[in-house]
Design a protein around this ligand. Structure first.
Ligand code: ZN
Length: 426
């Protein structure tokens, strides 16, 4: 047993592994690797996701757990703070509610970017010696209260009512939330993007600076744990109502915008629209249905915040100032594309929840709408952001988006009119 009392002294820090085992080729005994049969209905047939670093011979995936946070784990091991042989103790970590299984879980075309069995991995793979194989959940579910000042305003203005169970008088909102790490089934990702799997694997290898050689040397491994951010699903109301077609469902799919979501910056509509989505979710849940917010870590259209801030400066300083007719062009100048979010993978999370119909989609994005409908999910009504929630400086963004195909009940502005929509100059 580890002596916890002396763990702060340098001499007692865990030993770092000195030898290197290349992952790019089969290991001796790799014939015993547990196969992954993606799309199998029974978890025992599908097989567990094993990204063990401790026991490389057991690995049946490329990459490691925890997405980009795996790099912090490396720092913790390198600095001697984390014992690389640590085994996760998953006692009492099981989900407080059960999601699924749904028919979509066993459709290998419907879910390709997450593990539908990821939340139960700690419980359902007991036949596979989970501790020995480092079988870890890739989804975690818990319950929480969230408290947003705008919801209190909505109550005082009569748009929301306190029910004492879901929405409480102190403004607390009861939610169930699920954190999802990406698990990519590469043949399915390639098929979804209509590209060749070997091309996908080669470019993933090249564009990560050769970080994962198995992408090109191990065609026998089909599952990749990519080093990217995950997603969080917030469920408002009864989770069993989500997949029940007799109950109404509201959904907002929101891509991270830290500046607005957390700090309330005024250049875009992200936080106001997110909170409006939560408001619609509460109303729908109070009608006996449920609401779902899907929050994806795809900062700045998945271009990152550095690119985003560069674009902000370029927009403000261009000739003629920040204006709606040049909104997308500035992003393309800096990043080479206008958007890198690949909404085609997003509906996987809706399929994981068993969603077949969305009564109220709180989104104006044509890319999200098209992806959802193309995935076979019916959308009954699309809800635009109420005009009074749009910050003054965000008029540039919203008019540019509407002109590019975003959903709107208003008339789309002509190019000359777009040029007249201007933001602040600093
Ligand atoms: Zn934003």
């Amino acid at each position: 047993m580890t002596d916890m009392t002396s763990s702060t002294t340098p001499s007692s820090k865990p030993a770092k592994p000195k030898h290197i085992i290349l992952t790019s080729h089969h290991h001796r005994g790799s014939g015993k690797v547990i196969p992954i049969n993606w799309g199998a209905a029974e978890p025992g047939d599908r097989g567990p996701i094993i990204g063990s670093i401790r026991n490389p011979q057991h690995r049946n995936v490329i990459g490691t757990h925890a997405g980009s946070y795996g790099v912090y784990r490396a720092l913790a091991v390198a600095s001697g703070d984390l014992d690389p042989t640590h085994k996760a103790d998953l006692t009492n970590t099981s989900p407080p509610v059960q999601i699924g299984p749904y028919p979509s879980w066993s459709d290998p075309d419907k879910i390709v970017s997450l593990d539908p069995f990821g939340a139960a991995a700690g419980d359902i793979f007991t036949d596979y010696a989970p501790e020995e194989h480092d079988i870890l959940p890739t989804i975690a579910i818990t319950k929480a209260h969230i408290n947003l000042p705008e919801l209190k305003d909505a109550v005082s203005q009569g748009r929301l009512k306190v029910d004492g169970k879901l929405l409480k008088s102190d403004g607390n909102l009861l939610v169930t939330k699920a954190a999802i790490d990406p698990v990519w089934y590469l043949p399915g990702i390639a098929k979804r993007l209509q590209i060749d799997e070997s091309d996908l694997r080669r470019v993933l290898f090249q564009q990560t600076g050769g970080m994962f050689p198995e992408l090109v040397t191990r065609p026998d491994l089909h599952v990749f744990l990519p080093p990217i951010g995950g997603s969080t699903i917030y469920i408002i109301g009864d989770e069993k109502a989500i997949a029940d077609p007799s109950k109404p469902l509201a959904v907002r799919v929101h891509d991270e915008c830290n500046g607005s979501d957390v700090f309330g910056s005024d250049i875009c509509t992200c936080r106001p629209y997110l909170v409006h989505g939560i408001e619609v979710c509460i109303q729908t849940a109070q009608e006996g249905g449920a609401g779902v917010i899907v929050y994806c870590r795809k900062e700045g259209r998945a271009l990152g915040e550095v690119t985003k801030f560069l674009v902000y400066n370029a927009r403000k300083r261009q000739e003629g100032g920040d204006r709606a007719d040049a909104y997308f062009a500035r992003t393309e100048c800096v990043a080479g594309v206008q958007d890198m979010r690949f909404q085609q993978l997003m509906p996987d999370m809706l399929h994981w929840l068993g969603i077949t119909r969305i009564d109220r989609l709180v989104s104006m994005s044509n890319m999200k709408y098209n992806a959802i409908v193309h995935a076979g999910i019916e959308v009954v009504q699309r809800i635009a952001i109420p005009p009074e929630l749009i910050p003054a400086d965000a008029q540039v963004e919203i008019e540019a988006k509407k002109a590019s195909g975003y959903y709107s009940e208003d008339e789309v502005l002509a190019v000359e009119q777009l040029a007249q929509i201007k933001g602040r100059s600093y």
